[in-house]
Design a protein around this ligand. Structure first.
Ligand SMILES: O=C(O)CCC(=O)C(=O)O
Ligand SMILES: [Mn+2]
Length: 221
């Protein structure tokens, strides 16, 4: 069951701490580790290639460009096709891209960023399924960095970012020196067009929308 947290600046986070039951999540983690094509890939940082501090994999009909790299189109098949269908249904969004991040231990991490590429359109809904060891998912508000939120993302949990989250907040998965075990996170996105695509101007001016998920519980006050 999703619980909704409303954040300042028309942002919401839905979180279901046991979207997949623990035993099934453990089987899924083993299957994804084994079956997917995990790669160590460079990112462009200040014009130079730097290895990403985690492994990645992806599937999506449309190429996705972020942080100076373009992930080419790969058809969504097998277990990721099944998961994309279930997560799309849970969120009421027809996701067409899955990005997997594999944090081998607490040294692997993801720096502060927003998923604000033009290809995602304005106010995208982005869902993240977590498997494996708990890691901290941190958010801070652009207007005031002292305003923070964090979630200890549980094995089998589904977190959904929505509203103006990608415009008004940044998120990160910081290093946790003591963590020895792996975590896999799958993020589901709806790419509206290829790299270079931009939302028509009239749509860009719309306010943040609030999508009501099937099965959503009453918002927390
Ligand atoms: O691993 C996570 O929980 C976050 C992943 C993420 O932010 C991304 O893929 O853009
Ligand atoms: Mn992100």
């Amino acid at each position: 069951m999703f619980k909704r947290d409303k954040l300042p600046d028309d942002t919401w986070i839905d979180y279901d701490r046991s979207w997949i039951a623990s035993d099934a999540a453990t089987d899924l983690l083993a299957q994804l580790t084994e079956e997917l094509d995990w790669q160590e890939r460079p990112l462009m940082m200040f014009g130079k290639p730097v290895m990403q501090p985690r492994l990645i994999t992806w599937m999506g009909e449309t190429p996705y460009k972020y942080s100076g790299q373009t992930l080419p189109s790969v058809p969504i098949t097998g277990i990721l096709a099944e998961l994309t269908a279930s997560v799309s249904e849970a969120c009421g969004v027809p996701f067409n891209h899955v990005l997997g991040n594999r944090y081998r231990n607490g040294k692997d991490h993801m720096g502060w960023h927003a998923d604000d590429e033009a290809q995602l359109g304005r106010n995208p809904t982005i869902a993240a399924l977590s498997l494996g060891v708990r890691r901290r998912f941190a958010l801070n508000r652009n207007k005031n960095k002292r305003q923070k939120r964090h979630y200890a993302l549980a094995h089998g949990s589904l977190l959904v970012m929505g509203g103006a989250c990608q415009q008004a907040w940044r998120h990160a998965v910081p290093k946790m020196a003591k963590v020895e075990h792996e975590r896999i996170n799958l993020t589901f996105r709806l790419l509206k067009g290829p790299p270079g695509w931009r939302e028509p101007l009239r749509d860009r001016a719309e306010p943040a929308t609030s999508i009501v998920h099937p099965g959503l519980s009453e918002p927390r006050r």
